[in-house]
Design a binder for this molecule. Structure first.
Ligand SMILES: *Cc1c(COP(=O)(O)O)cnc(C)c1O
Length: 486
Protein backbone atom coordinates (compact mmCIF):
# COMPACT_ATOMS: atom_id res chain seq x y z
CA UNK A 1 0.00 0.00 0.00
CA UNK A 2 1.60 3.28 -1.06
CA UNK A 3 1.59 5.97 1.60
CA UNK A 4 -0.79 8.81 0.66
CA UNK A 5 1.07 11.90 -0.44
CA UNK A 6 0.75 14.61 2.21
CA UNK A 7 -1.02 17.80 1.29
CA UNK A 8 -1.15 21.07 3.16
CA UNK A 9 -3.78 20.50 5.88
CA UNK A 10 -6.93 22.42 4.89
CA UNK A 11 -7.17 23.87 8.39
CA UNK A 12 -4.26 24.67 10.64
CA UNK A 13 -3.64 22.47 13.68
CA UNK A 14 -3.11 23.45 17.30
CA UNK A 15 0.45 24.45 18.15
CA UNK A 16 0.79 21.76 20.82
CA UNK A 17 -0.39 19.06 18.45
CA UNK A 18 2.12 20.12 15.82
CA UNK A 19 4.96 20.17 18.34
CA UNK A 20 3.95 16.75 19.64
CA UNK A 21 3.99 15.39 16.09
CA UNK A 22 7.52 16.75 15.73
CA UNK A 23 8.65 15.08 18.96
CA UNK A 24 7.10 11.83 17.82
CA UNK A 25 8.95 12.09 14.50
CA UNK A 26 12.30 12.39 16.27
CA UNK A 27 12.17 9.26 18.45
CA UNK A 28 14.66 7.40 16.25
CA UNK A 29 17.03 10.34 15.81
CA UNK A 30 20.64 10.13 16.90
CA UNK A 31 20.82 10.55 20.68
CA UNK A 32 23.12 13.56 20.85
CA UNK A 33 21.72 14.79 24.18
CA UNK A 34 23.15 11.69 25.83
CA UNK A 35 26.53 12.30 24.21
CA UNK A 36 26.15 9.26 21.93
CA UNK A 37 26.59 11.04 18.62
CA UNK A 38 30.22 11.09 17.52
CA UNK A 39 29.63 13.51 14.61
CA UNK A 40 27.13 16.08 13.35
CA UNK A 41 26.30 17.77 16.66
CA UNK A 42 28.47 20.05 18.80
CA UNK A 43 26.73 20.35 22.13
CA UNK A 44 28.08 23.03 24.46
CA UNK A 45 25.59 22.08 27.20
CA UNK A 46 22.21 23.55 28.13
CA UNK A 47 23.45 26.78 29.62
CA UNK A 48 25.50 27.92 26.62
CA UNK A 49 23.07 26.47 24.06
CA UNK A 50 20.19 28.23 25.83
CA UNK A 51 22.01 31.52 25.56
CA UNK A 52 22.83 30.97 21.87
CA UNK A 53 19.16 30.26 21.16
CA UNK A 54 18.12 33.52 22.82
CA UNK A 55 20.62 35.42 20.69
CA UNK A 56 19.43 33.60 17.56
CA UNK A 57 15.76 34.34 18.06
CA UNK A 58 16.41 38.06 18.64
CA UNK A 59 17.56 38.24 15.03
CA UNK A 60 15.26 35.50 13.75
CA UNK A 61 13.65 37.73 11.10
CA UNK A 62 16.55 39.93 10.06
CA UNK A 63 18.18 39.33 6.68
CA UNK A 64 21.84 40.01 5.94
CA UNK A 65 21.21 40.09 2.20
CA UNK A 66 21.17 43.85 2.38
CA UNK A 67 23.55 44.90 5.16
CA UNK A 68 22.64 48.56 4.84
CA UNK A 69 19.15 47.73 6.13
CA UNK A 70 20.60 46.03 9.22
CA UNK A 71 23.73 47.79 10.48
CA UNK A 72 23.57 45.43 13.46
CA UNK A 73 24.16 42.35 11.31
CA UNK A 74 26.82 44.13 9.31
CA UNK A 75 28.63 44.95 12.51
CA UNK A 76 28.24 41.41 13.90
CA UNK A 77 29.57 39.84 10.72
CA UNK A 78 32.54 42.20 10.47
CA UNK A 79 33.41 41.69 14.12
CA UNK A 80 33.08 37.89 13.88
CA UNK A 81 35.40 37.97 10.87
CA UNK A 82 37.91 40.23 12.64
CA UNK A 83 37.90 38.14 15.84
CA UNK A 84 38.38 34.95 13.81
CA UNK A 85 41.19 36.50 11.77
CA UNK A 86 42.94 37.54 14.97
CA UNK A 87 42.67 34.01 16.37
CA UNK A 88 44.16 32.64 13.16
CA UNK A 89 47.25 34.83 12.97
CA UNK A 90 45.72 37.42 10.66
CA UNK A 91 46.77 41.08 10.74
CA UNK A 92 44.54 44.07 10.00
CA UNK A 93 44.66 43.41 6.24
CA UNK A 94 42.82 40.08 6.57
CA UNK A 95 39.19 40.28 5.40
CA UNK A 96 36.41 37.78 4.95
CA UNK A 97 32.76 36.92 5.21
CA UNK A 98 30.44 34.70 7.15
CA UNK A 99 28.87 31.88 5.18
CA UNK A 100 26.31 29.18 5.88
CA UNK A 101 28.94 26.53 6.60
CA UNK A 102 32.29 24.99 5.79
CA UNK A 103 31.23 23.83 2.35
CA UNK A 104 30.13 27.32 1.34
CA UNK A 105 33.36 28.79 2.73
CA UNK A 106 35.36 26.32 0.63
CA UNK A 107 33.20 26.90 -2.45
CA UNK A 108 33.88 30.63 -2.11
CA UNK A 109 37.65 30.23 -1.73
CA UNK A 110 37.81 27.95 -4.78
CA UNK A 111 35.66 30.34 -6.82
CA UNK A 112 37.84 33.28 -5.80
CA UNK A 113 41.01 31.34 -6.68
CA UNK A 114 39.59 30.41 -10.06
CA UNK A 115 38.74 34.00 -10.94
CA UNK A 116 42.05 35.25 -9.52
CA UNK A 117 43.94 32.78 -11.71
CA UNK A 118 41.89 33.72 -14.76
CA UNK A 119 42.65 37.41 -14.23
CA UNK A 120 46.23 37.29 -12.97
CA UNK A 121 47.72 33.97 -14.01
CA UNK A 122 46.14 33.27 -17.40
CA UNK A 123 46.21 29.49 -17.06
CA UNK A 124 45.20 27.67 -20.26
CA UNK A 125 42.72 24.79 -20.19
CA UNK A 126 40.83 23.46 -17.18
CA UNK A 127 42.44 24.79 -13.99
CA UNK A 128 43.55 22.20 -11.44
CA UNK A 129 43.63 22.02 -7.66
CA UNK A 130 46.25 19.79 -6.04
CA UNK A 131 45.02 18.37 -2.76
CA UNK A 132 45.68 15.50 -0.36
CA UNK A 133 43.25 12.57 -0.52
CA UNK A 134 42.16 13.46 3.00
CA UNK A 135 40.82 16.89 1.94
CA UNK A 136 37.09 17.41 2.44
CA UNK A 137 34.64 16.52 -0.39
CA UNK A 138 33.65 20.20 -0.52
CA UNK A 139 36.76 20.66 -2.71
CA UNK A 140 35.79 18.17 -5.45
CA UNK A 141 32.27 19.57 -5.08
CA UNK A 142 33.60 23.08 -5.76
CA UNK A 143 35.54 21.71 -8.74
CA UNK A 144 32.39 20.06 -10.08
CA UNK A 145 30.36 23.25 -9.63
CA UNK A 146 32.94 25.70 -10.97
CA UNK A 147 34.58 23.74 -13.77
CA UNK A 148 37.92 22.85 -12.18
CA UNK A 149 39.74 19.56 -11.93
CA UNK A 150 40.80 18.07 -8.58
CA UNK A 151 44.16 16.27 -8.57
CA UNK A 152 44.30 14.03 -5.51
CA UNK A 153 47.63 13.08 -3.97
CA UNK A 154 48.05 10.16 -1.53
CA UNK A 155 48.86 11.04 2.07
CA UNK A 156 51.92 9.71 3.92
CA UNK A 157 51.81 6.72 6.23
CA UNK A 158 51.10 9.12 9.14
CA UNK A 159 48.00 10.27 7.20
CA UNK A 160 49.38 13.80 6.78
CA UNK A 161 49.66 15.38 3.32
CA UNK A 162 52.83 14.62 1.38
CA UNK A 163 54.25 17.97 0.18
CA UNK A 164 56.84 16.30 -2.09
CA UNK A 165 54.17 14.27 -3.86
CA UNK A 166 52.03 17.41 -4.08
CA UNK A 167 54.94 19.28 -5.68
CA UNK A 168 55.24 16.55 -8.30
CA UNK A 169 51.51 16.73 -9.01
CA UNK A 170 51.67 20.45 -9.87
CA UNK A 171 51.26 21.18 -13.57
CA UNK A 172 51.03 24.31 -15.70
CA UNK A 173 47.28 24.25 -15.06
CA UNK A 174 47.52 24.14 -11.27
CA UNK A 175 46.08 27.23 -9.56
CA UNK A 176 45.58 26.10 -5.95
CA UNK A 177 47.07 23.80 -3.33
CA UNK A 178 45.19 22.72 -0.21
CA UNK A 179 46.09 21.63 3.30
CA UNK A 180 43.81 20.83 6.23
CA UNK A 181 44.12 21.79 9.89
CA UNK A 182 43.21 19.14 10.73
CA UNK A 183 41.91 16.82 8.00
CA UNK A 184 38.64 15.22 9.02
CA UNK A 185 39.36 11.49 8.46
CA UNK A 186 42.23 10.99 10.96
CA UNK A 187 42.35 14.42 12.62
CA UNK A 188 45.96 15.20 11.73
CA UNK A 189 47.18 18.67 10.73
CA UNK A 190 48.89 18.63 7.33
CA UNK A 191 52.43 20.06 6.98
CA UNK A 192 50.94 23.42 6.00
CA UNK A 193 54.27 25.23 6.32
CA UNK A 194 55.73 23.20 3.46
CA UNK A 195 52.55 23.37 1.40
CA UNK A 196 52.35 27.16 1.80
CA UNK A 197 56.04 27.55 0.86
CA UNK A 198 55.47 25.44 -2.20
CA UNK A 199 52.53 27.65 -3.13
CA UNK A 200 54.60 30.78 -2.73
CA UNK A 201 57.44 29.46 -4.87
CA UNK A 202 55.06 28.43 -7.67
CA UNK A 203 52.76 31.46 -7.33
CA UNK A 204 49.77 29.32 -6.41
CA UNK A 205 46.85 30.03 -4.11
CA UNK A 206 47.17 28.12 -0.84
CA UNK A 207 43.92 27.43 1.02
CA UNK A 208 43.96 26.05 4.56
CA UNK A 209 40.83 24.14 5.51
CA UNK A 210 40.52 24.83 9.24
CA UNK A 211 36.78 24.15 9.17
CA UNK A 212 36.90 21.72 12.07
CA UNK A 213 40.10 23.03 13.70
CA UNK A 214 39.77 26.80 13.40
CA UNK A 215 38.02 27.25 16.74
CA UNK A 216 39.97 24.54 18.54
CA UNK A 217 43.63 24.55 17.48
CA UNK A 218 44.44 28.10 18.69
CA UNK A 219 43.23 27.15 22.18
CA UNK A 220 44.80 23.69 22.05
CA UNK A 221 48.12 25.33 21.23
CA UNK A 222 47.59 27.89 24.00
CA UNK A 223 47.14 25.01 26.43
CA UNK A 224 50.60 23.75 25.53
CA UNK A 225 49.80 20.93 23.11
CA UNK A 226 52.03 20.77 20.03
CA UNK A 227 50.21 22.23 17.00
CA UNK A 228 52.15 22.69 13.76
CA UNK A 229 51.89 26.16 12.16
CA UNK A 230 48.81 26.36 9.94
CA UNK A 231 47.44 29.88 9.81
CA UNK A 232 48.17 33.38 8.44
CA UNK A 233 51.50 33.38 10.32
CA UNK A 234 52.66 31.46 7.25
CA UNK A 235 53.13 34.04 4.49
CA UNK A 236 52.04 31.67 1.69
CA UNK A 237 48.58 31.09 3.12
CA UNK A 238 46.03 33.06 1.06
CA UNK A 239 42.70 31.88 2.47
CA UNK A 240 41.36 29.94 5.46
CA UNK A 241 37.95 28.42 6.21
CA UNK A 242 36.83 27.99 9.85
CA UNK A 243 33.42 26.79 11.02
CA UNK A 244 31.67 28.49 13.89
CA UNK A 245 28.95 25.85 13.96
CA UNK A 246 31.49 23.21 14.95
CA UNK A 247 33.94 24.00 17.78
CA UNK A 248 32.73 27.61 17.81
CA UNK A 249 29.52 26.16 19.38
CA UNK A 250 27.43 28.66 17.39
CA UNK A 251 24.05 27.87 15.83
CA UNK A 252 24.21 25.85 12.60
CA UNK A 253 24.64 27.92 9.46
CA UNK A 254 27.78 29.77 10.56
CA UNK A 255 31.27 29.62 9.09
CA UNK A 256 33.97 32.12 8.17
CA UNK A 257 36.08 32.40 5.02
CA UNK A 258 39.14 34.63 5.36
CA UNK A 259 41.53 36.13 2.79
CA UNK A 260 45.03 37.50 3.35
CA UNK A 261 43.92 40.82 1.88
CA UNK A 262 40.97 42.44 0.14
CA UNK A 263 42.53 42.01 -3.30
CA UNK A 264 41.92 38.24 -3.10
CA UNK A 265 38.45 38.51 -1.63
CA UNK A 266 37.31 40.72 -4.48
CA UNK A 267 37.30 37.62 -6.70
CA UNK A 268 34.72 36.05 -4.42
CA UNK A 269 32.06 38.70 -5.08
CA UNK A 270 29.18 38.69 -7.49
CA UNK A 271 27.33 41.74 -8.81
CA UNK A 272 24.62 42.12 -11.44
CA UNK A 273 23.80 45.66 -12.45
CA UNK A 274 21.15 45.17 -15.17
CA UNK A 275 18.24 43.74 -13.20
CA UNK A 276 14.96 45.68 -13.27
CA UNK A 277 14.75 44.84 -9.56
CA UNK A 278 17.75 47.02 -8.88
CA UNK A 279 21.50 46.71 -8.69
CA UNK A 280 22.19 43.38 -7.02
CA UNK A 281 25.41 42.53 -5.24
CA UNK A 282 26.14 39.52 -3.08
CA UNK A 283 29.35 38.46 -1.36
CA UNK A 284 28.70 34.72 -1.04
CA UNK A 285 26.65 31.88 -2.58
CA UNK A 286 23.39 32.57 -0.83
CA UNK A 287 20.98 35.43 -1.42
CA UNK A 288 18.95 35.81 1.75
CA UNK A 289 21.22 35.24 4.73
CA UNK A 290 19.68 34.38 8.11
CA UNK A 291 20.31 37.08 10.69
CA UNK A 292 19.96 34.58 13.52
CA UNK A 293 23.03 32.54 12.57
CA UNK A 294 25.20 35.65 12.30
CA UNK A 295 23.91 37.17 15.54
CA UNK A 296 24.25 33.89 17.46
CA UNK A 297 27.87 33.49 16.31
CA UNK A 298 28.72 36.99 17.50
CA UNK A 299 26.91 36.36 20.75
CA UNK A 300 28.60 33.06 21.62
CA UNK A 301 32.04 34.49 20.91
CA UNK A 302 31.34 37.33 23.32
CA UNK A 303 29.68 35.08 25.89
CA UNK A 304 32.55 32.59 26.05
CA UNK A 305 35.49 34.84 25.26
CA UNK A 306 39.01 33.46 24.93
CA UNK A 307 38.95 31.96 28.43
CA UNK A 308 35.64 30.22 27.86
CA UNK A 309 36.80 28.56 24.66
CA UNK A 310 40.10 27.65 26.27
CA UNK A 311 38.30 26.04 29.21
CA UNK A 312 36.11 23.98 26.89
CA UNK A 313 39.14 23.00 24.79
CA UNK A 314 40.92 21.83 27.95
CA UNK A 315 37.96 19.62 28.96
CA UNK A 316 37.62 18.23 25.45
CA UNK A 317 41.36 17.48 25.19
CA UNK A 318 41.25 15.71 28.56
CA UNK A 319 38.29 13.60 27.41
CA UNK A 320 40.13 12.84 24.17
CA UNK A 321 43.21 11.77 26.13
CA UNK A 322 41.06 9.48 28.28
CA UNK A 323 39.57 7.90 25.17
CA UNK A 324 43.01 7.46 23.59
CA UNK A 325 44.41 5.83 26.73
CA UNK A 326 41.38 3.56 26.93
CA UNK A 327 41.68 2.54 23.27
CA UNK A 328 45.39 1.80 23.70
CA UNK A 329 44.48 -0.64 26.44
CA UNK A 330 42.14 -2.61 24.14
CA UNK A 331 43.85 -5.26 22.01
CA UNK A 332 43.11 -5.38 18.26
CA UNK A 333 41.94 -1.77 17.93
CA UNK A 334 43.95 1.43 17.73
CA UNK A 335 43.89 5.16 17.08
CA UNK A 336 45.18 5.79 13.55
CA UNK A 337 48.13 8.17 13.29
CA UNK A 338 48.76 10.79 15.96
CA UNK A 339 45.80 13.19 15.88
CA UNK A 340 46.57 16.80 16.87
CA UNK A 341 43.29 17.59 18.60
CA UNK A 342 40.00 15.87 19.31
CA UNK A 343 39.12 14.34 15.93
CA UNK A 344 40.28 10.75 15.57
CA UNK A 345 39.81 7.45 13.80
CA UNK A 346 39.82 3.94 15.23
CA UNK A 347 41.17 1.18 13.01
CA UNK A 348 42.28 -2.41 13.27
CA UNK A 349 44.61 -4.76 11.42
CA UNK A 350 42.94 -7.82 12.85
CA UNK A 351 39.26 -7.05 13.30
CA UNK A 352 36.49 -5.89 11.02
CA UNK A 353 36.02 -2.39 12.46
CA UNK A 354 32.70 -2.09 10.66
CA UNK A 355 31.48 -4.99 12.77
CA UNK A 356 32.73 -3.09 15.83
CA UNK A 357 30.77 -0.10 14.51
CA UNK A 358 27.64 -2.24 14.19
CA UNK A 359 28.03 -3.39 17.78
CA UNK A 360 28.37 0.24 18.91
CA UNK A 361 25.31 1.23 16.87
CA UNK A 362 23.36 -1.56 18.55
CA UNK A 363 24.39 0.03 21.87
CA UNK A 364 22.96 3.40 20.82
CA UNK A 365 26.08 5.16 19.49
CA UNK A 366 26.07 7.09 16.23
CA UNK A 367 29.50 6.61 14.69
CA UNK A 368 30.55 7.20 11.08
CA UNK A 369 32.38 4.55 9.06
CA UNK A 370 35.40 5.52 6.97
CA UNK A 371 37.38 3.84 4.20
CA UNK A 372 40.99 3.56 2.96
CA UNK A 373 41.74 2.44 5.63
CA UNK A 374 38.57 1.09 7.22
CA UNK A 375 37.95 2.95 10.46
CA UNK A 376 35.40 4.47 12.80
CA UNK A 377 35.35 8.24 13.26
CA UNK A 378 35.10 10.16 16.52
CA UNK A 379 34.68 13.91 16.84
CA UNK A 380 35.05 14.55 20.56
CA UNK A 381 33.30 17.74 21.69
CA UNK A 382 31.91 19.26 24.85
CA UNK A 383 28.85 17.01 24.81
CA UNK A 384 31.21 14.06 25.42
CA UNK A 385 32.97 15.49 28.46
CA UNK A 386 32.49 13.07 31.36
CA UNK A 387 31.36 10.24 29.08
CA UNK A 388 34.65 8.64 28.06
CA UNK A 389 34.14 5.71 30.44
CA UNK A 390 30.71 4.95 28.98
CA UNK A 391 32.13 4.96 25.46
CA UNK A 392 35.12 2.82 26.45
CA UNK A 393 32.96 0.25 28.24
CA UNK A 394 30.76 -0.14 25.16
CA UNK A 395 33.81 -0.17 22.90
CA UNK A 396 35.35 -3.01 24.91
CA UNK A 397 32.11 -4.96 24.65
CA UNK A 398 31.81 -4.18 20.93
CA UNK A 399 35.36 -5.35 20.23
CA UNK A 400 34.75 -8.55 22.17
CA UNK A 401 31.57 -9.23 20.19
CA UNK A 402 33.29 -8.46 16.88
CA UNK A 403 36.09 -10.84 17.86
CA UNK A 404 33.56 -13.60 18.46
CA UNK A 405 32.03 -12.86 15.09
CA UNK A 406 35.36 -12.84 13.38
CA UNK A 407 35.33 -16.52 12.43
CA UNK A 408 31.92 -16.25 10.84
CA UNK A 409 32.78 -13.16 8.91
CA UNK A 410 32.28 -13.67 5.22
CA UNK A 411 33.35 -10.21 4.27
CA UNK A 412 36.81 -9.84 2.81
CA UNK A 413 39.06 -6.82 3.12
CA UNK A 414 39.09 -6.36 -0.62
CA UNK A 415 35.33 -6.28 -0.58
CA UNK A 416 35.45 -3.47 1.94
CA UNK A 417 37.87 -1.49 -0.18
CA UNK A 418 35.51 -1.78 -3.12
CA UNK A 419 32.68 -0.16 -1.22
CA UNK A 420 34.40 3.18 -1.80
CA UNK A 421 32.33 6.32 -1.79
CA UNK A 422 29.24 4.78 -0.26
CA UNK A 423 30.89 4.19 3.08
CA UNK A 424 30.69 7.83 4.08
CA UNK A 425 26.92 7.72 4.12
CA UNK A 426 26.29 4.20 5.26
CA UNK A 427 25.45 4.48 8.95
CA UNK A 428 22.48 6.69 8.24
CA UNK A 429 19.13 6.05 6.61
CA UNK A 430 20.94 6.47 3.31
CA UNK A 431 22.72 3.26 4.18
CA UNK A 432 19.46 1.38 4.33
CA UNK A 433 18.23 3.02 1.16
CA UNK A 434 21.49 2.01 -0.47
CA UNK A 435 21.06 -1.57 0.65
CA UNK A 436 17.63 -1.65 -0.94
CA UNK A 437 19.07 -0.25 -4.15
CA UNK A 438 21.90 -2.76 -4.25
CA UNK A 439 19.52 -5.58 -3.45
CA UNK A 440 17.16 -4.51 -6.22
CA UNK A 441 19.96 -4.43 -8.77
CA UNK A 442 21.12 -7.84 -7.70
CA UNK A 443 17.62 -9.17 -8.11
CA UNK A 444 17.05 -9.70 -4.38
CA UNK A 445 13.45 -8.54 -4.06
CA UNK A 446 12.75 -5.61 -1.83
CA UNK A 447 10.50 -7.86 0.19
CA UNK A 448 13.34 -10.24 0.98
CA UNK A 449 15.12 -10.14 4.29
CA UNK A 450 17.82 -7.53 4.25
CA UNK A 451 20.63 -7.11 6.73
CA UNK A 452 19.89 -4.56 9.43
CA UNK A 453 23.58 -4.09 10.05
CA UNK A 454 26.00 -2.34 7.78
CA UNK A 455 28.95 -4.73 7.66
CA UNK A 456 27.25 -7.36 5.44
CA UNK A 457 26.16 -4.58 3.09
CA UNK A 458 29.75 -3.81 2.12
CA UNK A 459 30.04 -7.40 1.05
CA UNK A 460 26.88 -7.15 -1.03
CA UNK A 461 28.18 -4.09 -2.75
CA UNK A 462 31.45 -5.76 -3.51
CA UNK A 463 29.50 -8.50 -5.30
CA UNK A 464 27.82 -6.07 -7.63
CA UNK A 465 28.52 -7.29 -11.16
CA UNK A 466 29.49 -3.79 -12.27
CA UNK A 467 31.30 -1.82 -9.59
CA UNK A 468 31.22 1.33 -11.68
CA UNK A 469 27.57 1.41 -10.69
CA UNK A 470 28.40 2.43 -7.15
CA UNK A 471 28.22 6.19 -7.68
CA UNK A 472 24.88 5.78 -9.47
CA UNK A 473 23.64 3.69 -6.55
CA UNK A 474 24.64 6.36 -4.06
CA UNK A 475 22.72 8.91 -6.12
CA UNK A 476 19.73 6.53 -6.28
CA UNK A 477 19.93 6.30 -2.51
CA UNK A 478 19.75 10.09 -2.22
CA UNK A 479 16.62 9.98 -4.40
CA UNK A 480 15.13 7.31 -2.17
CA UNK A 481 15.78 9.48 0.88
CA UNK A 482 13.21 11.95 -0.43
CA UNK A 483 10.58 9.25 -0.95
CA UNK A 484 7.84 9.24 1.60
CA UNK A 485 7.24 5.52 1.68
CA UNK A 486 10.78 4.52 2.51
C1 LIG B 1 32.89 19.95 8.41
C2 LIG B 1 34.04 20.14 7.49
C3 LIG B 1 33.87 20.78 6.25
C4 LIG B 1 32.51 21.14 5.68
O1 LIG B 1 31.75 21.89 6.51
P1 LIG B 1 30.13 21.89 6.47
O2 LIG B 1 29.80 22.88 7.52
O3 LIG B 1 29.68 20.50 6.76
O4 LIG B 1 29.71 22.34 5.12
C5 LIG B 1 35.01 21.00 5.51
N1 LIG B 1 36.23 20.61 5.94
C6 LIG B 1 36.41 19.98 7.11
C7 LIG B 1 37.79 19.57 7.53
C8 LIG B 1 35.32 19.72 7.92
O5 LIG B 1 35.49 19.06 9.08
Amino acid sequence: MPVPRPVLPPEGRAAEAVLEAMDAASTEDARWREGRTMSLVFDPGDEIAGFVKRAYTRFFSENALNPSAFPSLRRFENEVVAMTAHLLGGGPAVVGNMTSGGSESILMAVKAARDWAAAERRVGGTPQIVLPRSAHPAFPKACAYFGLEPVFVPVRSDFRADPRAMRKAISRRTIMVVGSAPAYPQGVVDPIEEIAELAQRRELWCHVDACVGGFMLPFVRGLGHPVPPFDFDLPGVISISADLHKYGYAAKGASVVLYRDARYRRYQYFAFTDWPGGIYASPTMTGTRPGGAIAAAWAVMHYLGYRGYEQIAAEVMETTAQIRRGVEAIADIEVLGDPHMSVLALGSDRLDVYAVGDELSARGWHIDRQQDPASLHLTVQRGHVGRADELLADLRAAVAAARRDHGRRWLERSAVDLARAALRVLPSRVGRALTLGVAARMGIGEGGSLPERSAPMYGMMARLPNRGDLKELVLDALDRMTRLDD
